[in-house]
Design a binder for this molecule. Sequence first.
Ligand code: AMP
Length: 378
Amino acid sequence: MLKQILPGATLGVLGSGQLGRMFAIEARRLGYNVHVFSPDEKTPTGAVADREWSAAYDDFDALDQFAKSVDVVTLEFENVSTAALERLEKQVPVRPGPQVLEAAQNRLKEKRAMASFGLPTAPFAAINDLKQLKEKLTEFGGKGILKTASWGYDGKGQQTVNSEDDLATVWESYEGQETILEGFVDFARELSIIGIRDANGNFDCFDPILNVHANHILDVSLAGPELFSMNIIKRAKEIIRTIMESLNAVGVLCVELFQTGSDELVVNEIAPRPHNSGHLTIDAHYCCQFAQQVRAICNLPLGSTKLRQPAAMANLLGDVWSADGTPDWSQALSTPEIRLHLYGKDEAKPGRKMGHMTALSSSCQEAEEIVRSVRDSL
Ligand code: AMP
């Protein structure tokens, strides 16, 4: 059994956005110190951390100093080089480790890893030239999504393509980048499942969460007992467990899944950290994904993943902010079912995640109606 890292110790987090912020809040609730490392200053995480380290992720001198100041390192952002993690790992436990990041950072490696674990994904192929793009698109039924293999998130660097499209122009805009073509999955619903695993191999997971996207960005997430059949819940749990155990992932990991019309689950992608769809666990579950991250990386007993109450979460993007500044929060604050979370970001840009709201109610349908109507009122 590995030793527990007890409250009073210092937890390091790579990445300084809202996920790090909510992690730091939970860590501090338990009496830990938090140091955050990222290239930025005055960040959402830095505002609630004990110390903010501002240096490039490949600044090894700064990483060495950071490693000396913390008892364990975790991350809230997967686009850190594995070399940086390997450097840190020589000095301090890094959870999850570089092998997990490596699989999650590159869509080709990720899909190949899933296939090697025996898990279903969309048909996929690495694309190196226009001829290959045309051939593979035909093989995948004439419709697919062309994605950059690395550094993509929230639909960035991806485009739906059809055989009739002007593929030469499409290909030109990707040329020079490592690209993957995925066959289009005609899914009925999108869901995610969040798992927690510690370095001793203890594992648990939340029930799956139903996700609705708008413009390739997560818009609304739902949690409730009425959402999924027992079979889907069981299958989703098998998938997350297989992935975390096969990758030897420690910490929190989210798997995004497609549910097909015939109730098959297909893995879309993995995120080796807490996930936007799990924000509702803060208000709706006994122990939220961020508190679970703290527990998992410190070898503390994992918390209960049980749902307290059906819930719906709606993201608040910068689009909600008008030219006059902050929205009027009166209705959000005076609706008893609503919990408002703001990330302390000063510059609101379209598409930028600025906060979220979670509504709790007796059913997720009711919770969804409340959260959508309060958001519409902003
Ligand atoms: P991703 O960045 O891979 O999570 O993709 C963003 C969104 O695009 C997903 O949540 C889906 O709605 C859609 N999408 C991605 N890949 C596929 C696919 N192979 N087939 C159908 N829709 C997809």
